[in-house]
Design a protein around this ligand. Structure first.
Ligand code: ZN
Length: 402
């Protein structure tokens, strides 16, 4: 499944209609959740009872009836996925100290930003540059901007259509069911393999000694963002929180935030594609969240979030272009000498690896990257954790590069 996203050209009257649809989605989701919360065990509330409940809501509320029936269902499914996630966590026995509601008891949604249709309620124009929403929400026809060509994909494989509201406008997403491998131009084998180590100071180091910096704009933009955030907070006066100045400041902050996060995603995506293009085998550490959380400094680093997204893209592109991706257990990769294999203990602040046994000296992260590559080559390793060919859940909604 891939997600294509295009910006929509929206008239003011259409904004109101879309917002109304988005509000209705939230209403149905929360109503369904309430039904589950209030139910007794013998009621046996499941996915299907929530679906049936949608029809009841449509009879009772005019605005719910106006929304396409598949969009109503998709709203109830959102409630169900929150509920089933909670059940799963309970089954797995997720209990963490200090974390309230660790199992994730479902919450009512307040800031929904999207509405999702399935196979009905929308129609693409002949040239597929426009989409018309045909339910009684009267959204009408939206022109689609962007370089993506929907003609490239079979229409019956478009499984879902979503309208998403962002700080700078509305976007239409198409969830298309296809195997990306079939659409990929094969790459020439590079005859190279590489190990990657995520750095604290740098984005990553590879086993060839190359170090990729986290772009400076991260930090610069972050500073600017914080300033805007403070300005926003200053405008927030008790008693009249929704003043015009506050609203303006909030909008400015949201736009800037969106731009920064787009830059970040773009960087991570480009890097992943570059690594996959120039290597046939890529090895990285199987860093889990638990291990990360142990080191609070590490957890706070902005690299963390970027890294898990980076990894997701590595796996995605790896699948797409038929490259091998291996995740190895992250033990001792920074402590062992990559030349002789002896253990050379060092603290986090020691930036250079100098082996007292064989005399080998190398940057700390590069030494680790070589160890990671060796591990990947010597052990069977287990392949990436995400389902092959699926966009990792955290990446859904991102614009796919070619
Ligand atoms: Zn050594």
């Amino acid at each position: 499944m891939i997600v294509l996203e295009m910006k929509a050209v929206v008239k003011p009257s259409q904004c109101a209609a879309i917002d109304d649809a988005i509000r209705t989605v939230q209403f149905i989701r929360n109503k369904a959740l309430r039904l589950w919360m209030n139910a007794k065990r013998e009621d046996r509330i499941d996915k299907y009872s929530l679906n049936k409940y949608c029809a009841l809501l449509a009879k009772e509320f005019k605005f719910a009836d106006e929304l396409n029936s598949t969009a109503r269902q998709a709203s109830a499914e959102r409630a169900w996925s929150a509920i089933s996630r909670f059940y799963d966590n309970c089954k797995k026995g997720v209990k963490r100290k200090k974390v309230r509601n660790a199992a994730g008891y479902p919450k009512f949604q307040k800031n929904n930003r999207s509405v999702e249709y399935k196979h009905s309620g929308w129609k693409l124009s002949e040239n597929r540059k426009k989409i018309t929403f045909t339910d009684k929400k009267n959204i009408g026809t939206l022109k689609l901007k962007g370089t993506r060509d929907l003609n490239f994909y079979p229409l019956d494989q478009i499984k879902r259509v979503r309208i998403v509201r962002r700080a700078d406008g509305y976007y239409v997403q198409f969830c298309i069911n296809l195997d990306v491998r079939e659409y990929a131009k094969p790459l020439e084998p590079s005859k190279k393999c590489v190990g990657l180590d995520v750095g604290l100071k740098i984005f990553y180091a590879d086993s060839d000694g190359e170090m990729v910096e986290t772009p400076k704009y991260y930090r610069q933009a972050e500073k600017r963002l914080n300033r805007l955030n403070r300005k926003k907070s200053k405008k927030f006066k008790g008693g009249q929180p929704q003043s015009n100045n506050y609203k303006k400041a909030r909008k400015r902050y949201a736009r800037k935030h969106l731009r920064v996060s787009r830059q970040r995603k773009g960087f991570v995506q480009r890097e992943a594609l570059r690594v996959i293009r120039s290597n046939d085998l890529v090895v990285y550490e199987d860093l889990n969240v638990k291990g990360m959380a142990k080191n609070s400094k590490l957890a706070k680093s902005i690299n963390d979030a970027a890294w898990s997204i980076f990894r997701g893209w590595l796996e995605y592109f790896g699948y797409k272009y038929g490259k091998v991706i291996v995740a190895v257990a992250p033990h001792n990769t920074s402590q062992d000498c990559s030349s002789c294999g002896e253990k050379v203990p060092k603290s986090l602040s020691t930036r250079t690896h100098v082996c007292s046994h064989c005399g080998y000296a190398e940057d700390r992260d590069v030494n680790a990257a070589i160890n990671i590559l060796k591990k990947g080559l010597s052990t069977v390793g287990h392949t990436g954790t995400h389902a092959w060919g699926e966009i990792p859940s955290g990446l859904a909604g991102y614009v796919l590069p070619n």
